[in-house]
Ligand binder design. Structure first.
Ligand code: PLP
Length: 404
């Protein structure tokens, strides 16, 4: 009998016992979900534009599957399909970029974006609230010189850049000088606030640093017709590496990197996440291609998303909820206490509103919240239904002195 294996399984079981299994969705991801056989308002998913159940995507998938079947394979062997190429071209066109590479997840796209170009002796400077996939990507690169700046704080970033530029003067063992990479989320997923990209671009120029933005929550949401946070700030061509996900506003799966053509071609040759992992399937790719075409041809869904965002933020503020500093559809209803957030969410569920609690480690201890995300698939009646449920639960739990 091996004691270390017994103790390993005991730890595994103890941890699993404390965890909570996610709710199982029994319907499509539209304005409402079916959970445990009951209809619930979908108030927290990242399907910003309602494309997860859009008939145009369904039809595109049906046609593509009929024509091409399902599977693809390794992009570098026999897996690069004409639809992959069309999707990359469409994304580059939509984002006004020289080139795009599609990977099978946003998480993987961050890994590829950083690991491929950063080595141990380079330098990475990262916002303290960056997404876990950026943190993991930096770890994977094994870079030794990691600097963290205060959240969205250009002053703090400059302090780190000053230190970094001293290190960058010493050549690496291969005689090249170290790269400095500044990396940030575009829209911060838990708070809905934006990276100060104009300041970051200015500082990057001053200190000769590369810039990278992970715009998972900005794609399809921010900028003209959903072209993202770089477009929002009018900074086309000034951010070296832009990463996006295809699982949120685009409602399918996958991630992408856009940038200069040479850099994208370099990723296609060198990124391990591209070389050693299979490509998106035919249905995924066909649905995504249709999604990009829809956004290219009309901003109707993006406008509806923003109308709904304004409506819900105004209503929550009027009721007296603390909804943080968000300037995007992400609407955190701040509750602080973790148990309160859990009870709030459970009571909302009884009212037929599905909005999960967000707590440590997703946010710092004492900063628990319910993260509400309206979508283009909600009608005003749907939003009113959700807002009324929040008001009722807040009264029951004494969260606000509503109506007093
Ligand atoms: C900021 C950010 N980056 C990356 C990801 C990972 O994207 P994906 O789900 O496509 O792997 C997410 C997903 O939650 C995210 O919020």
């Amino acid at each position: 009998m091996n004691n270390s294996i017994d103790s390993f399984y005991k730890q595994v079981e103890d941890t699993v016992r404390l965890g909570k299994a996610p709710m199982v969705i029994e319907s499509g991801q539209g304005a409402y979900l079916t959970i445990k056989g009951k209809k619930q308002l979908n108030f927290c998913s990242s399907h910003y534009l309602g494309l997860a159940v859009d008939n145009r995507l369904k039809l595109a998938v049906k046609k593509a599957v009929e024509k091409y079947g399902i599977g693809t394979g390794y992009r570098t062997l026999a897996g690069t399909h004409i639809l992959h190429v069309e999707l990359e071209n469409a994304l580059a066109r939509f984002k006004n970029a020289e080139g795009a590479i599609v990977l099978s997840g946003g998480y993987l796209a961050n890994m590829a974006a950083i690991q491929t170009i950063i080595d141990k002796e380079d330098i990475v400077i990262s916002d303290e609230l960056n997404h876990a996939s950026i943190i993991d990507a930096v770890r994977l690169s094994q870079v030794k010189n990691k600097f963290i700046y205060k959240h969205r704080d250009a002053k703090s970033l400059e302090e780190q850049l000053k230190q970094a530029s001293i290190i960058a003067k010493r050549p690496k063992s291969n005689e090249e000088f170290p790269l400095i990479l500044i990396v940030t989320d575009g829209v911060f997923s838990m708070d809905g606030d934006l990276a100060p990209l104009p300041d970051i671009v200015k500082l990057a120029k001053k200190y000769c640093a590369l810039t990278m933005v992970d715009d998972a929550h900005g794609e399809g949401v921010m900028g003209k017709g959903g072209r993202g946070v770089v477009d929002h700030f009018g900074l086309h061509g000034q951010i070296d590496i832009e990463v996006g996900t295809l699982s949120k506003a685009f409602s399918v799966i996958g991630g992408f990197i856009i940038g200069k053509k040479a850099l994208i071609d370099f990723y296609k040759q060198k990124a391990r996440q591209f070389l050693f992992s299979s490509a998106l399937t035919i249905p995924d790719t066909a649905a995504l291609l249709e999604g990009v075409k829809i956004l290219e041809s009309s901003d109707e869904l993006v406008k509806k998303l923003w109308d709904n965002t304004k409506y819900i933020k105004t209503a929550f503020k009027k009721l007296g909820f603390d909804i943080g500093e968000s300037v995007t559809p992400i609407t955190p209803v701040m509750l602080g206490d973790e148990n309160l957030a859990v009870s709030f969410s459970a009571k909302l569920f009884e009212e037929r509103v599905f909005a999960t609690p967000i707590k440590f480690p997703m946010v710092a201890k004492g900063k628990a919240r319910i993260r509400v995300i309206p979508s283009a698939s909600h009608s005003k009646d749907d939003l009113d239904f959700g807002i009324k449920a929040f008001e009722k639960v807040a009264k029951e739990l004494n969260v606000l002195s509503i109506g007093s």
